[in-house]
Design a protein. Structure first.
Ligand code: ITT
Length: 184
């Protein structure tokens, strides 16, 4: 199965987990222009665009960090915001803000050219007061999942179990296996 992404971290975070479902993924790097919209709309649009190029069953994933006190910012703009202001810039925006609750969301879109399906995963948590840890990527250094006191960047083994991405891909895995069972 092709996983179309320019982000190697996304790929590495789900590769082993998907093997447990008997799904072997191969990363394909394609520059696809993203539409403006929700993670669902972006993922579905990207899946269809990628399919028109590679013409094989594939998955794409669109994700982001949503901070409640900032009305969901950076959300669908996470990649761009990360490149511009880094976690440091987010911490500045959050100075003096009491409600630090936030969540990561990932939407996986699968298409085989005939059908298109999406699977969503969310992990709740909060924004830390400083950057911590050196594992993971992007906003992992400032995201503390609910029930923990360390950031994702300090606990990759926890992230591998509870992340938005892992949840979304597990839903996909379950659906895909079931679908194969009933296919003749
Ligand atoms: P694609 O080629 O798959 O699109 P991308 O990195 O451009 O790779 P997105 O457009 O979905 O992916 O942007 C998601 C951004 O959200 C990502 O670049 C990070 O800034 C942030 N993000 C998503 N998941 C994250 C995670 O698990 N840890 C830290 N930051 C994350």
């Amino acid at each position: 199965m092709k996983f179309v992404t320019t982000n190697i971290h996304k790929f590495e975070e789900v590769r082993t987990m998907l093997k447990e479902f008997g799904i072997n993924i191969e990363r394909v790097e394609l520059k696809i222009s993203e539409v403006r919209g929700t993670n669902e709309e972006i993922a579905m649009d990207a899946a269809l665009k990628a399919y028109s190029i590679i013409k094989e069953p594939l998955i794409v994933e669109d994700s982001g960090l949503f901070i409640n006190a900032l009305n969901g910012f950076p959300g669908e703009f996470s990649k761009w915001v990360y490149n511009k202001i880094k976690p440091e810039g987010i911490l500045k925006l959050m100075e003096g803000v009491k409600d630090r609750s936030a969540y990561f969301k990932a939407v996986v879109a699968y298409t085989d050219g005939k059908e298109i399906k999406t699977f969503t995963g969310i992990v709740e948590g909060s924004i830390s007061y400083e950057e911590k840890g050196n594992k993971g990527f992007a906003f992992d250094v400032i995201f503390v999942p609910e029930g923990y006191s360390k950031t994702f960047a300090e606990m990759p083994e926890v992230k591998a179990k509870i992340s938005h991405r892992v949840k979304a891909f597990k839903e996909f895995g379950k659906w895909f296996v079931k679908r194969q069972t009933y296919e003749f």
